[in-house]
Write a protein that binds this ligand. Structure first.
Ligand SMILES: Nc1ncnc2c1ncn2[C@@H]1O[C@H](COP(=O)(O)OP(=O)(O)OP(=O)(O)O)[C@@H](O)[C@H]1O
Ligand SMILES: Nc1ccn([C@H]2C[C@H](O)[C@@H](COP(=O)(O)O)O2)c(=O)n1
Length: 227
């Protein structure tokens, strides 16, 4: 199993909403001494910047300009991840209902994606001690040559239960929201499909520790040829 000092590669973790990507990525990166990039936070930050600019959501040209002209910062230390817009920490705001309701529309604009994917690749290239990158299109588009590609999934009912346990929201409303977002995201990315070469990890009956252990084993198998 690679230790904190040995890993310097790229791990791509994709999957649908609420499958555990953020929790698993942060834990795995911490244990490997690697960086950790939440690309969903990047699309959410872009959406918040657009909503704050009060541009019409049908004015694609201006939306692109807002995203290109805004100063974003994304911290990649797993114990201290942050998202900033023009120096302001927006970690709470980007996870609020307004951003969640509009993020699929903004992330569906091809020029917005091009801009953020270029930023994601620059962050990956800068990671000196390895990086775990999570999102929807990492293994297929952003980092197709990643050392390990994971497709993390779980039954929709289990994902809704976890998410509603996290934020206290009504279970049925949470399930409907997850379904709505996965359906909207499927117009742009493939949240229901594993990238070519990705290992599918179904976490429905696994707790967080078991998932992280499974990923360490897959990484060990990839890097040494033994599980
Ligand atoms: N294997 C697991 N067992 C139990 N709970 C889990 C597991 N994995 C994640 N969780 C919990 O489920 C919730 C959602 O996880 P997380 O935010 O990591 O998902 P995500 O895939 O990043 O979601 P999104 O794409 O919507 O940001 C969190 O409360 C997390 O602690
Ligand atoms: N690589 C990515 C990551 C995220 N998105 C979009 C789709 C999601 O609805 C939204 C927020 O992501 P989350 O915080 O829920 O992981 O961002 C994408 O299109 N591509």
């Amino acid at each position: 199993m690679p230790s904190r000092t040995e890993f310097d590669g790229v791990i791509a973790i994709d999957g649908p909403s609420g499958s555990g990507k953020s929790s698993v990525s942060r834990r795995l990166a911490t244990e490997l001494g690697a960086a950790c990039l939440d690309t969903g936070a990047m699309y959410r930050a872009a959406t918040l910047a657009v909503l704050r600019s009060a541009v019409s959501l049908t004015d694609t040209a201006t939306i692109i300009k807002v995203v290109e002209d805004t100063g974003f910062e994304f911290g990649t230390t797993p114990e201290d991840r942050y998202t900033r817009i023009e120096g302001e920490n927006v970690d709470d705001a980007i996870r609020g209902p307004e951003v969640t309701a509009h993020v699929s529309a903004v992330s569906g604009i091809p020029e917005v994606r091009r801009h953020l994917i270029a930023a994601q690749r620059a962050i990956i290239a800068d990671a000196a001690h390895g990086i775990v990158v999570e999102g929807r299109d990492i293994g297929e588009v952003v980092a197709p040559d990643a050392d390990l590609k994971i497709y993390l999934t779980a039954d929709p009912a289990e994902r809704a239960k976890r998410r509603s346990g996290q934020n206290g929201a009504d279970l049925a409303a949470t399930a409907a929201d997850i379904h709505r977002r996965d359906t909207a995201d499927a117009k742009t990315t493939r949240p229901h499909d594993a990238a070519p070469g990705a290992v599918v990890v179904d976490t429905t009956h696994l707790d967080l520790d078991q998932v992280v252990t499974a990923l360490h084993e897959l990484l060990a198998h990839k890097t040494t040829g033994t599980a």
